[in-house]
Design a protein around this ligand. Sequence first.
Ligand code: ADP
Ligand code: MN
Length: 250
Amino acid sequence: RDEHERFDRKIEAMGVRIKDADAVKVRDDVFDEVTLLALYKLVHKKLITVIGGPISTGKEANVFYGERDGRGLAIKIYRIQTANFKAMTEYLAGDRRFSSVRGTRKGLIFAWTKKEFSNLARAHDAGIPAPEPLAFDRNILLMEFLGRDEVPYPQIRNAEVEDYGKVYREILGYVERLYREARLVHADLSEYNILYHEKPYLIDMGQAVTLDHPRASVFLVRDIKNLNRYFSRYCDVVDEEEIIGTLVGT
Ligand code: ADP
Ligand code: MN
């Protein structure tokens, strides 16, 4: 209660409009002091003009709807007190871009947020349908909202897909472009991290690693296996070894 009121007062003091006052009253562990400060900076820079309700509560992050001058935003907030931060270390340590990150909890979460920003930027630059990253501060990532009327596009597991074979090949194409052009492996590819509306979109790239990561090829195999496991229920899939062979062998 008190925590909620304190949060609302602080947000209001930032001069940002709260669209859905009840929905935005979230768990105390999301809006700690660090997060409020980061949010404040993003609001102050006018990168966020409206904060809406929660879209998702995941293992490590909460996603909120937001707007900047009428344009939809996804505001992804990594919780500092996340349960999973040990697992994050492995993805960071092997990636040369982030191997020097200090081992404090906060430091890791901030690096993770920056890593997701960079990964989305690389994917986006490679022309892969994925949210355009807009800004980050500490543990908050701002990105393009993929959805309509404040409702996110469904995860592919909940979407109505007409031609699974076509969508499967599109996603394989994304994985290939991610590998060849962005030089990344997604490393958590599944029916949960693909949104679908007319075409598939890849999301959730915090854990994606560069190809020089010692486990990049392990992650790649796991991604392809996941993809094939899911799509084999609906359409013919390409043999896993064949996919890897074409990717890695060229
Ligand atoms: P987590 O690490 O919690 O799995 P995700 O990045 O997968 O976080 O996001 C969780 C959910 O939030 C997604 O399934 C989707 O519903 C929503 N979401 C995330 N990013 C966006 C976005 N850019 N646009 C719309 N919805 C999003
Ligand atoms: Mn996810």
